[in-house]
Write a protein that binds this ligand. Structure first.
Ligand SMILES: Cc1cc2nc3c(=O)[nH]c(=O)nc-3n(C[C@H](O)[C@H](O)[C@H](O)COP(=O)(O)OP(=O)(O)OC[C@H]3O[C@@H](n4cnc5c(N)ncnc54)[C@H](O)[C@@H]3O)c2cc1C
Length: 338
């Protein structure tokens, strides 16, 4: 049932105040299609919500906010130790990681403790600790928002890149993902060459050991959104031309930099912000996390406007000091007022 004037302040991990004009959580294709039809007929703007961990919500979300809650989970053995996992978009991502690890199925254990729902994982090709969704994704089932028609995308069609996919470009805000199919394996294949993961684990770790180790490292480094409002990394790591990277390195020899295959150089946004002396900054209700300069936090009682003003200050400072433009990672949704 579509509800009216719904409070979303607990449905986004930044904890920003927001009300949706209309809201529908649904685990049924027919109901979803019916809602899409109504929205198109009545000209309601449509927004798809997952767990709200990669969003900046402004106070008013007009139209219809749709939250897929498909929670089906099925395993299909396909030979040679490979298993296809059919997972509904509404499942909690970390719960899925734990469920696979408990069955000693390998593939997504390094993606532990990433907040949010399964259906959002392809949007920015979630990644951590040397693994990204694209490594295991087989198919995406979705409905087009404009007419409710179903489509199945294979990995190629998703156009995955670093924290990127076709769902952030040609299909941005044009589809609702209902289910993913992941290819995982019963064969142990730990990927531990990232950070100090290997040092925290026995020689032959189980998948659950890896989940526990990754979760422990993440808890040490990142604020828990249930305790302190945040949306994870607030800025993307910027990519600059090789010449600009060389010029910056001439002045800042210790600047972290990662040359890319296309000739560009990826810089660490957190390091750039930290160098501007902004780590730990607090401005009224919002601030920059004291251990992680890439994470903007909401201490409570603030608004999207305050957070965006702080983000702009960060962008301006980094631009002035390094000539590098930072881009926001979480998606901005809604309006300032009804
Ligand atoms: C503490 C913290 C740590 C994080 N760490 C990482 C990390 O290590 N790696 C990483 O990649 N990300 C990380 N993130 C970001 C975030 O968890 C991921 O982007 C996650 O996939 C977002 O899921 P969500 O369900 O919360 O999506 P939402 O924030 O609800 O939505 C994000 C986008 O996806 C769209 N969307 C959501 N569900 C669907 C659907 N079913 N169909 C179509 N579109 C949909 C929305 O419209 C929106 O554009 C972190 C966030 C936090 C708060």
């Amino acid at each position: 049932m579509i509800r009216q004037d719904v409070d979303l302040s607990r449905a986004n991990t930044l904890g920003l105040p927001c009300r949706a004009e209309r809201f529908l959580a649904t685990d049924d294709i027919a109901t979803t299609r019916d809602a899409l039809r109504q929205a198109v007929k009545r000209d309601w703007p449509l927004t798809v919500l997952g767990g709200g961990s990669n969003l900046v919500l402004q106070p008013w979300l007009p139209g219809l906010a749709l939250q897929p809650s498909f929670a089906d989970l099925r395993f299909e053995e396909v030979g040679e130790g490979d298993v296809l996992v059919h997972a509904g978009a509404g499942l909690n991502w970390h719960a899925l990681v734990e469920a696979l690890a408990a069955k000693e199925l390998w593939g997504i254990e390094n993606l532990s403790l990433i907040p949010g729902h399964v259906g959002a994982a392809p949007i920015q090709n979630i990644g951590a600790y040397g693994v990204e969704l694209a490594d295991v994704l087989e198919r995406v089932y979705l409905l087009h928002l404009e007419d409710g028609r179903e489509a199945v995308f294979d990995r190629e069609e998703c156009g995955f890149g670093y924290r990127d996919s076709v769902f952030k470009h040609a299909l941005e805000n044009r589809v609702v993902i209902t289910r993913l199919v992941l290819r995982v394996s019963t064969r142990a294949q730990p990927r531990l060459d990232y950070g100090d993961l290997a040092a925290r684990l026995p020689a032959k770790p189980s998948a659950s050991d890896v989940v526990a180790a990754v979760s422990a490292v993440r808890r040490e480094k990142l604020p828990d959104p249930t305790v302190l409002g945040n949306a994870g990394s607030f800025f993307k790591n910027p990519v600059v031309a090789n010449e600009q990277a060389k010029a910056l390195l001439a002045k800042h020899a210790d600047m972290p930099h990662f040359p890319l295959a296309d000739g560009g150089v990826k810089l660490a946004a957190g390091w750039l912000i930290d160098q501007c002396g902004l780590k730990g900054l607090r401005e009224r209700h919002v601030g920059i996390h004291e251990r992680q300069a890439l994470v903007l936090v909401h201490h409570g009682g603030g608004s999207a406007g305050e957070l965006l003003a702080l983000a702009q200050r960060v962008v301006d400072k980094v631009q002035a000091r390094f000539g590098v433009t930072l881009e926001r990672e979480p998606r901005l949704m809604g309006r300032k007022a009804r």
